[in-house]
Ligand binder design. Sequence first.
Ligand code: NAP
Ligand code: SF4
Length: 673
Amino acid sequence: METLQNVLTPLTVGATVLPNRMVMGAMHTRLETLDRPHERLAAFYAARAAGEIGLILSGGFSPNPEGVMEEGGPLFNGRSQLDEHRVVTRAVHDAGGKIVLQILHAGRYAKVPECVAPSPGKARINSFAPHALSTEEVWRTIGDFVETAALAMEAGYDGVEIMGSEGYLVNEFTAERTNQRTDEFGGSFDARIRFPLEIVRAVRERLGRPPMLIYRISSIDLVEGGMIGLDVAAFARQIEAAGADLINTGVGWHESAVPTIAATVPRAVWRDAIRNVRQAVSIPVMASNRINTPQVAEDLIASGVADLVSMARPLLADPEFAKKTRLGIVDEINTCIACNQACLDRIFTERTATCLVNPRAGREIEFPIGIAAASRRIAVVGGGPAGMAFAINASERGHRVTLFEAEHQVGGQLNLAKAVPGKAEFHEMLRYFRVRLDKLGVTLRLGELATVETLTGEDFDEIVIATGVRPRVPDFPGIDHPKAVSYIDVLTGKVVVGQRVAIIGAGGIGFDVAEFLLGDAQESLDAQAFFRSWGVDVANAVPGGLATAAGHAGTKRSVHMFQRKAEPLGKRLGKSTGWILKAKLRKANIAMTAGASYDAIDDEGLHYTVDGKAHVLPVDHVVLCAGQDSNRDLYEHLRAKGLEPRVIGGADVASELDALRAIDQATRLAVTV
Ligand code: NAP
Ligand code: SF4
C-alpha cells in the first residue's frame, strides 16, 4: 500500500477548505451543449465528486455571445440558464464535492463571425477575423465577466475561475503579439495586464467572500511575442493583489507549434514554468498538464513546484482517482494514457467526449454499475483489450470468468503499442488490466490455445470471442521475399531492419513504425530531450519560452512511407496528435508517397508505380503495415457446431480497429450479460 501524504493533505483556498490537493481541471465534454438538459453532465461530475476529487472546475462558459468557442458553444449570460446549471451543482454537492465555474471568453479563437480580440489579426487556427474591441467594449466585456460570476453564485457554484491562458481573449490582452492597443489596455506591460486585473478586482468586489476566485495564468506562452518568465511572475503577484485566492497554471496557446499535453510530452515537464509562478506569490498555485498519476502529483507538491494539481483527462479515465489514492490502492487507478482519442479528438469533431480506457466517462447514466441477476460461467477467448475489458466488467458484475490467451502474457496489440516511442503510457493501461484481472479473481489460462473441444468440454454458460486480428498480407509478386517483414516482427524486435526501409501502409501503425524506426524513444521520457527537440526554453528567458529547435537526433535511417490512396499521408490520424507525428517525421526527412501501386519486392528493393511511372526504391527491408483482417476461425468453428458465441473487438470488425472501439464494445456487452 502506497501512502501519498502531500496530495491527501487538506488545503485552505481563500475561505474554503479543500479536502485534498487533487482537482479535476476544466475540460469541455460537449455534454454542456449537445446533451441538454444537463442530466448526463450532472451524472458525469457527480461520479467524480463521489470519487472524492477535492474540487471540480467546469468546462469554460463564455460571458457573452461573441466569446463562445463556436456557434452554440457554452454560454452563461442570463437567468434563464440558471436551472440547467443548478442540476449540475446540486448533483456535485449531493455527492459531497465542490465545483467552480470556469469563465472562458474565446477571443480570436471563437469560431463565430462576430469574434473579437484586443487588436485586429486573425489566428492561424480560425477562419474568422476578429473585430478589435473599442475601449468601451473592453469595459463592457469586463462587466460581462462580472455578471457571469454573479450568475454562477446564483446557480450554486463554489466560485469561479477566470480563464487567462491558452491564447483566449484574456491571454491575448497580456501578450504583445496580439495586443497593439494604444489605449489604457495596451502598450506597456502594466497596460496589457490591466484587462485581467480589472476582471479579477471587479469579480472579487461583486462576489465578496467566501466564493473561490481562481485565475488561470499562462505560465509559458510557447508562441512568439509571449511573456518572459520575469513578467509572468510580476503578473502573478498583481493577480494575487487584485484578489485571487488561487492561481492555476496553463501552458502554451492553442496555436502553439509545441505539443503540451499529448503522450509525446514527458510527464510533469512544465514544472519549472509552474514553479516560477509559485515562487512569486503567497497564495496557492496549481500545476497542470501531463500529470496522470498520484505519484507525479505527490512529487510536484513535495518538491515545492505547486500546492495542488489539476488533472482533467485522468479524471475521465478514472472517476475514483482521488478515492483510490486515499485508500492506498493506486495500482488500481485506470490511468489516462494521454492518447486524446476518445476525449479531445471527439470534441474537435463535434461528438461528446468519453475515454478510451473508460467508456463509461460521460455515459454514466447508460452504463450503470450493478450486479447481474445471476452469476454465470463465462469463457473469454483472447487477452487483448477487448477480452480483458470484457473479463473485468463481467467479473465486476459477479460473473465467474475464465480468460484464455494463446500467448504467455495478456495484452495483445497493446504489447506492440507500448514499444512505440511516445506510447510508454500503454504500460499503465496493461498494469491496470493485470491488477484488476488479478483482484477480481478472473481465471487466466495463459499459453493455452482455446479450441472448440476445450470450450464445449467445460460447462460455460457464455462464450465470448475476442481473438483479435491478423496482419493483412498484400498480394503482389515478391511479398514472400526475405526483405518483406511484418510490423509485428519489427515492433517486437524479432527483426532488426536495415538502414534503408520502405513502409507499405500509412495508417496508425505505419506511422507508429516510422516513428519507431527513427529511434527517438527518449523524447517523451526525458524533459531535456523534449525541450531540445521542440525548441523550448522552459526557463522562459526569451519571449514565449521559444528557443531554436534542434534537428532530428535519432538514427540516420532512410525511411520511405507509401500508401495507395491519393490523399496526403496521415490525413486520418487523430486531430489533436496527428500534427505532432507529422511534424516529427517531416523534421526527420521521412519520404512519403501517396497514390502508389506496388509491383514487386526483389533483391533490388521495392518496385512501385505512381502516375503510370515505374520506380524502384533500393531498400534493405519493406515493412508491411497494410492493416488487419479479423481472426474469426474459432468463432466460425463454434458456429458450425451450432453454438452462439459472442464476438467483440478486432475479431468482430478489423477495419478501423482500435483499442477505443474494442474496449467500448466489450464494456457494452459486459453490462448486458
Ligand atoms: P489502417 O489504419 O487500416 O491502415 C492500413 C494501411 O494499409 C492504410 O494506409 C491502407 O492504405 C493500407 N492498405 C490496406 N490494405 C492494403 C493492401 N491490401 N495492400 C497494401 N496496402 C494496404 O490499419 P493500421 O495502420 O494497421 O491500424 C489499425 C488500427 O489501429 C487503426 O484503426 C488505427 O486507428 C489504430 N491505431 C491507432 C493509432 C493511433 O495513434 N491513434 C496508432 C496505431 C494504430 P491504402 O489502402 O491507401 O494503401
Ligand atoms: Fe486520457 Fe485517452 Fe481517456 Fe482522453 S481518451 S482521457 S487521453 S486515456
